[in-house]
Unconditional design. Structure first.
Lengths: 309, 306, 245
């Protein structure tokens, strides 16, 4: 990440200047679009921690997006729009669920882990549908935006900058974590599990903690997303959504700081483009994804990274 | 809640179980022989249902529709293998998951383009619409018995292939080792294409049998696929026997749960609470079961891989 | 230091280890030799904790470790190197060894400070790399090291965990003459300071380094003695050379 400081500075500058620019050309829609991309980028960054650096192929990450969103929605429903409380519950609940799912799943590996995380997320999806009080399968409207006085999340531009700051913060946080002693162990267990045990590391606690941190961060993304769309449905927890997150991480470049951000931008902007062409955009996206897996092995970040590793 | 009702639901559970088995067997075969994780297996189920529907419409005959649909699904499977999957065998499971995920998106939209997004209902020919009378005295749809019968027949066939033929020997040896298989004088590429096609046919069979019972719509494959994963986790990957046991367990637990959990809960807690808790719990019952199995036996009941 | 009694491991009908008994004294270097398929790797795997024996017991410094996991054994001072190079390819040589140092430095639940800049980890790592002859390769990604350097790194990592017993699984495997000499010199420098169990095919190294040699054939130890006596042992010669001695 240090190597590409210049590129990061440019990217941040572009993102900072975007709102005034698009307002000037009378296209405020782009503020919403890029804000949505950045929220998903936070989710992708959180997944990158366990997938890109830890080698845990969690196909159930969208669960935390859903939990975070529902936390905000449910508290708002009961007349508790205070932002700090809502976000704390979103993050806390996601962490707890991640702990529960992780505790059972992390003892397995490989294809089992993929299937199990998928199954648990589906379980949450069904729970979401069956609780009719919160809209069941139709979902629920957000009664009121999270309140963070003096900020007004109802103002698109203020909300945009909040998301930008949070996105940069999570990039920074994950970067510190993966380069710490904890992160080294996590990466080592991904690199060579047998070797890490042979020198005395027990992978389980490290992986579990990473899983929980990752879930909590994604819960934050969920809380932001609820405010963004004002409409919360169980579809947020669908495995198609989980698959998209995985794509962002891998397409962007696993185990790199810029990867998940690049991946989120690339995937979502391509989707926007395709949606503009045809209602059946997935019929084009599907094969594109297949091709990108077959040919784009190191992901987009690999293009920018001049060193060989 | 009478015994007759319980028995009827048990049969439903078994019938659903054999369909899960057909799917699980195909998935586990492909994984066991080719070390390929195929998320698009559900899409083949869906394609089977749609192609059989289309073929029945076109020929006007149910049996011809079934035969054509099955053959067409086999071909689609082999085509997918040749075009998209060959490059994935050497890649790791993660890449396979992602690539086959892309295939899911593709197939779901493709069927939506051709047949629209609304659910279709395949109708049964009159000779399959009848009911039979069970020993309990109640009437049971003949078609579901046929499904149960066909599923068991296929299970028997698979057992024969795995236990008694050379191909079965390769499967049991966990022959994802290409060198070993090649040393036995087998044409790898052809073997893989055939095995994948066979797996696709199993999924397609499950799909076309499901048509008259459940709705045929885009995305139907993924709904059942996740339950197939639960089956494989419980039964252990790579094991056909495990797939059968797991499928029966999941099918029966899920069906009985949906039918009886609410009334059962109503005897323990207040009826209004049972009204909402019942269905919610029923829908997650098999996942809870999976969690319990994992806690006790992380590799599944009949795990055949280390 | 290490006592092995009646160690048995079966794989189905195949008896890979058949009631193996031996012990190694503190500071001693014991070499285990035997023809291919004798069960050496199975034995090492059980000693290191990667495989559970079907019967028998392993005592390390007086403690029963038979059912202890690999990571717990490592923390008790039993280090191993792998026959097929097993390192962290994406990390540099220095980072590889620093990780081993870190493993010994208590828990690693520190989330903020950059580990690569932690002198308490890198300094000991540099020392060990120097001892292992890799001081000019510290910043090279491990995947780019030569085969011989990989083997050296394997030993370096084992050393970094401050072991009391070193289990070396064919450290010379695939090495040329010059590289072998370096490895033998390194191992010779460790003699006496550590207890070493050396599984090897390279007879030159074995005879130069071992205090005693155990010969493993078809899962059984047929002889344990000093190198000179082993050279003259009838049964050993038969096992290696067939009926013609």
């Amino acid at each position: 990440m240090r190597k590409n400081l210049v590129l990061w500075a440019v990217a941040v500058a572009v993102l900072v200047l975007l709102p005034p620019l698009v307002i000037a050309i009378k296209q405020p829609y782009y503020i919403d679009l890029i804000r949505r991309v950045m929220i998903f980028a936070i989710a992708a960054i959180s997944l990158n921690l366990i997938l890109g650096y830890g080698g845990l192929v969690s196909f159930g990450h969208a669960a935390y997006l859903g939990i975070g969103s529902y936390a905000v929605g449910i508290l708002a429903f009961y007349g508790l729009p205070g932002g700090w409380l809502q976000f704390a519950v979103a993050i806390g609940a996601s962490a707890l669920v991640a702990l529960a799912i992780g505790a059972v799943s992390i003892r397995t590996s490989g294809i089992y882990f993929i299937m199990i995380t998928l199954a648990f997320t589906q379980m949450l999806y069904y729970l979401g549908i069956s609780v009719a009080e919160f809209g069941g399968d139709d979902g629920m409207r957000l009664k009121a935006r999270s309140q963070f006085p003096p900020l007004d999340l109802g103002d698109p531009v203020q909300f945009y900058y909040l998301v930008l700051v949070l996105m940069l913060f999570t990039v920074f946080l994950v970067d510190r974590i993966v380069n710490s002693r904890f992160g080294m162990v996590l990466q080592a267990t991904k690199s060579n599990d047998a070797r890490s045990r042979a020198i005395g590391f027990s992978p389980y606690p490290y992986r579990l903690i990473a899983f929980v941190i990752s879930g909590a961060m994604c819960g934050l993304a969920g809380a932001l997303y609820a405010n963004h769309t004002s409409y919360i449905t169980p579809n947020l927890m669908s495995w198609l959504q989980s698959g998209e997150f995985m794509f962002m991480v891998i397409l962007g470049g696993m185990g790199t700081a810029a990867g998940p951000v690049l991946g989120a931008f690339a995937l979502l902007l391509v989707e926007e483009l395709l949606k503009g062409w045809t209602e059946y955009w997935q019929v084009v996206l599907g094969p594109l994804l297949v091709l990108s897996v077959i040919f784009f092995r190191r992901g987009l970040a690999g293009i920018f990274d001049k060193s060989d590793a | 809640m009478t015994w007759a009702l319980v028995f009827e639901q048990l049969l439903n559970g078994l019938q659903y179980g054999v369909m899960l088995f057909l799917m699980a067997a195909g998935l586990t075969l492909v994984f066991g022989i080719m070390n390929l994780v195929n998320l698009a297996h559900g899409s083949l189920y869906m394609v089977g249902a749609y192609l059989a529907y289309a073929a029945t419409q076109w020929t006007g005959s149910y049996l011809a529709g079934v035969a054509l649909g099955l053959a067409a699904t086999l071909l689609v499977g082999m085509l997918v293998e040749v075009v998209a999957l060959r490059k994935l065998y050497e890649r790791d499971h993660l890449d396979q998951v992602l690539a086959t995920f892309g295939l899911i998106l593709f197939f779901n939209e493709l069927v939506a383009i051709v047949w629209g997004r609304a659910a279709l209902y395949t109708s049964l020919p009159t000779w399959l619409q009848g009911h039979i009378t069970l020993f309990t005295g109640s009437r049971y749809p003949g078609y579901r018995m046929v499904v149960l019968g066909v599923g068991l027949l296929v299970a028997l066939l698979l057992w024969y292939v795995v236990a008694r033929t050379r191909l079965g020997m390769l499967i049991r040896a966990g022959a994802s080792n290409r060198t070993m298989v090649g040393a036995l004088g087998v044409n790898i590429k052809l073997l893989y294409t055939v095995v994948f096609g066979f797996g696709a046919a199993l999924a397609g069979l499950a799909g076309l049998m499901a048509g008259p019972i459940y709705a045929v719509q885009p995305g139907m494959g993924e709904l059942i696929l996740i339950q197939v994963f639960v089956v494989i986790v419980i039964g252990g990957i790579g094991s056909i026997r495990g797939a059968l046991v797991g499928a029966i367990i999941v099918g029966v637990v899920d069906t009985l749960g949906r039918a009886f959990l609410r009334p059962l809960l109503a005897t323990l807690i207040s009826p209004p609470a049972a009204e909402s808790a019942g269905p919610a719990l029923a829908s997650i019952l098999i996942y809870l079961l999976m969690a319990v199995v994992l806690a006790v036996k992380p590799a599944g009941i009949f795990a055949s891989r280390n | 230091m290490l006592e092995v009694k009646g160690l048995t491991k079966n794989f189905g009908a195949l008896r890979a280890c058949d009631g193996i008994d031996f012990d190694v004294g503190e500071g001693e270097t014991l070499a285990i030799i035997g023809p291919n398929g004798a069960g050496k790797t199975t034995l090492i795997s059980q000693l290191a904790g990667n495989l559970l024996p079907d019967a028998g017991a392993i005592r390390f410094a007086g403690e029963d470790i038979t059912r202890l996991s690999a990571q717990k054994r490592s923390r008790k001072g039993l280090a191993r190197s792998f026959q097929i190079t097993s390192i962290f390819p994406e990390f540099t040589a220095l980072e590889n060894v620093a990780l081993a140092v870190q493993a010994r430095a208590g828990h690693s639940f520190r989330f903020w400070a950059a580990a690569r800049e932690d002198v308490s980890l890198t300094q000991p790592a540099r020392k060990i790399l120097e001892e292992a002859g890799l001081h000019d390769r510290t910043d090279m990604p491990a995947s780019r090291l030569s085969h011989g350097e990989h083997r050296q790194l394997e030993v370096a990592m084992a050393l970094a965990t401050q072991p009391r017993l070193l289990l070396l699984d064919e450290p010379m495997a695939g090495m040329g003459t010059e590289e072998s000499e370096r490895m033998i010199a390194l191992l010779a420098s460790l003699k006496g300071r550590l207890t070493i169990i050396l599984v090897e095919h390279d007879m030159d190294a074995v005879f130069r380094l071992a205090d005693r040699i155990s010969v493993l054939v078809y899962g059984r130890i047929i002889a344990t003695d000093t190198p000179e006596k082993i050279k003259l042992n009838e049964e050993v010669r038969k096992a290696y050379l067939g009926e013609e001695a």
